[in-house]
Design a protein around this ligand. Structure first.
Ligand code: CP3
Length: 347
């Protein structure tokens, strides 16, 4: 069956061991990625050249045989498609021509999305054709708040004070940006599914910066609107929500009407999650990426602990955040052996 164990798990099926993939499973920790990256002018060229994006997406699948591939792209292709200038500086991460005034919203247009992001959809079409049938293909997008963080801040930031100040001082104009992003993200996700993505993940990397009430308005609610908007176009498409660093406020995202699974970061206790979240919604997570970097007995102990707490319920095994560039690829092989050979303790 197309999408295999991963899609069946999202649909509620259970297997002796959970399906597994890793956020940032394609990337700098793989020598074959670094080689292809070195032969490509810019990171965005890599994202917008379908042959290269397909190759980089398939690299970790060939090496490790994960249950799901995630299309090689970036969350910042959406602001780029809307008309904001986006570039990546070596060693510094993403840069954007920061939006400093609501008057600039008028220059952003979601009408450009299908044409500008056509290479992403082409890469999805080709990747789907190249993947084994039982390997699922994930599309993805950034959630509106996280996109707004980069769009207003102009890049990474320690506290994202500019975007938060704007949201708190001028909620009406901030809401206009969020609304535009909700619509653009629904389009982008729907086109990815049209092109062959089997499921999609919404990354709200910076959701945890918001206090609870703001979190509802600027993260939960826009993500739920996206899910409902996407469901209207693709009723069966599974959607995974990843609200990072939200702690017990993860309860607000326990919304089976919107999401098929909730991706939890390392800060959420597996025991708590098994009791409070997993009875209602499939979970994905939540191994500390540093455990994968460390490997050996520490990795084995922690992976087993997560499996013992969450492996009895509906689970997609993953990290709590992305693979770090310094991670030895052999540690991924170790992890897969642990997950695939796990046997539940009798308790
Ligand atoms: O394998 C995969 O997970 C698919 C590809 C993927 C990338 N970025 C490739 C990438 C995905 C799903 C993303 C999501 C993404 N991008 C997020 C959300 C997830 C998260 O990590 O919190 C965010 C916030 C971004 C924005 C972004 N892109 C940043 C902050 C950076 C710089 C930091 C870094 O890791 O270098 C990027 C660049 C980027 N995106 C790289 C990769 C492989 C490294 C660029 C390079 O190779 O030069």
């Amino acid at each position: 069956m197309r999408g295999g164990k991963f899609l069946q798990t999202l649909a509620g099926a259970r297997f002796p061991t959970p399906p597994v993939w890793l956020m940032r499973q394609a990337g700098r920790y793989l020598p074959e990625y670094r080689a292809l990256r070195a032969a490509t002018k810019s990171f965005l060229d890599l994202c917008y050249t379908p042959d290269k994006a397909v190759e980089v997406t398939l690299q970790p699948i060939r090496r490790f045989g994960f249950d799901a591939a995630i299309i090689f792209s970036d969350i910042l292709v959406v602001p780029d498609a809307l008309g904001q200038k986006v570039w990546f500086e070596e060693g510094e991460g993403p840069k954007l021509a920061a939006i400093t005034d609501p008057a600039q919203f008028g220059q952003l247009s979601r009408a450009r999305v299908p044409e500008h992001l056509a290479p992403v959809y082409e890469a999805i079409r080709r990747t789907r054709a190249a993947l084994p049938q039982d390997t699922a293909l994930l599309g993805f997008a950034g959630a509106p708040f996280t996109l707004a963080c980069y769009m207003i801040e102009g890049g990474a930031s320690r506290d994202f004070a500019k975007v938060k100040s704007w949201a708190y001082r001028h909620p009406d104009s901030f809401g206009l940006l969020i609304d535009l992003l909700v619509e653009a993200v629904v389009d982008h996700l729907a086109y990815q599914i049209d092109a062959g993505a089997d499921a999609v993940q919404l990354f709200d990397t910076w959701a945890g910066l918001l206090p609870e009430e703001q979190l509802f308005g600027w993260s939960v609610e826009p993500m739920v609107r996206i899910a409902h908007g996407l469901r209207a176009r693709h009723p069966k498409a599974p959607i995974i929500a990843f609200p990072r660093l939200v702690g017990p406020a993860a309860l607000m995202y326990r919304r089976p009407d919107a999401f098929s699974a909730l991706s939890i970061d390392t800060g959420i206790g597996a025991h708590w999650a098994a009791r409070e979240l997993q009875p209602q919604i499939c979970l994905q997570g939540n191994l500390d990426p540093i455990m994968l970097l460390v490997g050996g007995p520490a990795l084995e102990r922690e992976a087993r602990r997560i499996l013992d707490k969450l492996g009895h319920g509906s689970l997609v095994f993953n990290l709590g955040h992305g693979v770090l560039p310094q991670t030895p690829p052999e540690h991924v092989t170790e992890l897969l052996d642990i997950v695939r050979n796990w046997t539940p303790s009798a308790a």
